[in-house]
Design a binder for this molecule. Structure first.
Ligand SMILES: *Cc1c(COP(=O)(O)O)cnc(C)c1O
Length: 389
């Protein structure tokens, strides 16, 4: 026996008690009740028909949620960042220019990813509590003629939602593709890929989808597909959409192996899509809008200030709330966790020390959750204010 050769002895891995908080932060979000069963379904592998049935269901569901007729829709193994890296690396090559419309931390991630790929980056900024206008973006598109524009639809670091109407047309006029982060907006806010001329979009399953993190849906337009088929650069092997399209049987005639897809994640994504397609997008959008409107009304009645001044810029899935001076954001979130078992987050990037980030999305997009949150926020504020006296 080689046991005397073991340099590292077995650690003691013990179970600990854990009380799951109510997940009311900017993500991850609580699961659909049907998720537990979905996650315990059998392992499926590429040599059984059921595997391809599941992929077919997922692709049909993704065409619906992205609102695209494109055949090139699939899901990357990995969290939302995998989708981001896939969309950028498949559509913009080394030496080409990516114009990044930057207002939060996600566009900063796009900037880092693009630079590592040797892509030339140009950045245009908007105030962190506002969004971009077409008038602001057009001169930069005209001047730089970039290969693509990257923009975040819903920004969970600032609580803003970008208007998209007309943006695709504008980009195409200057020869640029339009790449969009919809991680925290899809399902919660209207998104119309084909209608808006979006060329590359990605999302994730742990925000408004109400599933586990770990699989990242992506969709590519006909224009994007043309670029992918004619490009003279190669993306990282793992993110190569051309190869993955074969694994996902996007065109209905290929069943090939690229890498092992995680079966529980496929079942989980399928479960999310089943729930969303049963509810339908218009009903889901209206539910998110109504619960957040109710939340904002309650907050304003209690004298809380919202970080985003213009109502039309406010993201229905994630709300940023400003606390009265003298209250520490981190201490405030700790209090909510300890006293109310509610998990919300402090600011990130441009909102550090400036706002709380509160998610009312997916299964949690209800008036009941909005009321629970508003009541808890008032209690916490009162507790801090009387302690400060
Ligand atoms: C959460 C989030 C991401 C990152 O997703 P991960 O799954 O953590 O990689 C990207 N963009 C936006 C807008 C997000 O809210």
């Amino acid at each position: 026996m080689a046991s005397d050769k073991l340099l590292v002895s077995a650690p003691s891995i013990v179970d600990r008690d854990f009380v799951k908080p109510k997940l009311y932060g900017p993500g991850p979000c609580d699961y659909w009740p049907s998720m537990e069963e979905a996650l315990s379904k059998p392992i499926i592998t590429p040599n059984c028909d059921e595997f391809y049935h599941v992929l077919d269901d997922i692709r049909a569901g993704l065409q619906y949620v992205f609102q695209t007729k494109s055949k090139l829709v699939l899901a990357m193994s990995g969290a939302g960042h995998a989708g981001m890296e896939a969309v950028i690396s498949n559509l913009v090559g080394r030496g080409e220019t990516l114009l990044i419309a930057s207002r939060g931390i996600w566009d900063q991630r796009a900037f880092i990813i693009a630079n590592r790929l040797g892509i030339k980056t140009e950045v245009i900024t908007a105030p962190t509590n506002a969004t971009f206008s077409l008038e602001q973006l057009e001169p930069e598109l005209k001047r730089l003629r970039p290969a693509a524009l990257f923009i975040t639809h819903g920004d969970s670091s600032t609580g803003t939602v970008q208007k998209m109407d007309g943006l695709g047309e504008l980009c195409h006029r200057y020869g640029a593709l339009l790449l969009v982060d919809t991680v925290v907006s899809l399902i919660g806010v209207p998104f119309l890929m084909d209608e808006w001329g979006v060329d590359g979009a990605f999302t994730a399953t742990q925000k408004a989808f109400s599933g586990p993190a770990g699989i990242s849906p992506v969709a590519f337009s006909a224009l994007a597909e043309e670029k992918i088929n004619n490009r003279n650069f190669e993306p990282p092997f793992y993110f190569d959409v051309k190869l993955q399209a074969h694994q996902w049987n996007c065109y209905g005639d290929t069943r090939s192996y690229h890498h092992t897809l995680c079966a529980p994640m496929l079942w989980a994504l399928r479960c999310c899509l089943q729930e969303i397609t049963r509810e339908t997008l218009p009903v889901s959008w209206a539910r998110h809008a109504a619960s957040t409107a109710h939340f904002h009304k309650r907050l304003q009645e209690y004298g809380f200030q919202l970080f985003v001044p213009e109502p039309e810029d406010r993201l229905p899935t994630v709300t940023t709330v400003v606390l009265p001076p003298g209250i520490d954001y981190l201490e405030f979130t700790k209090y909510l966790r300890e006293k109310h078992n509610i998990l919300i987050l402090e600011g990130r990037g441009p909102t550090v020390g400036k706002a709380l980030r509160i998610g009312i999305m997916g299964v949690n997009a209800t008036t009941k959750v909005a009321d629970t949150l508003a009541d808890a926020l008032v209690d916490a504020r009162n507790a801090f204010q009387s302690a400060n006296k």
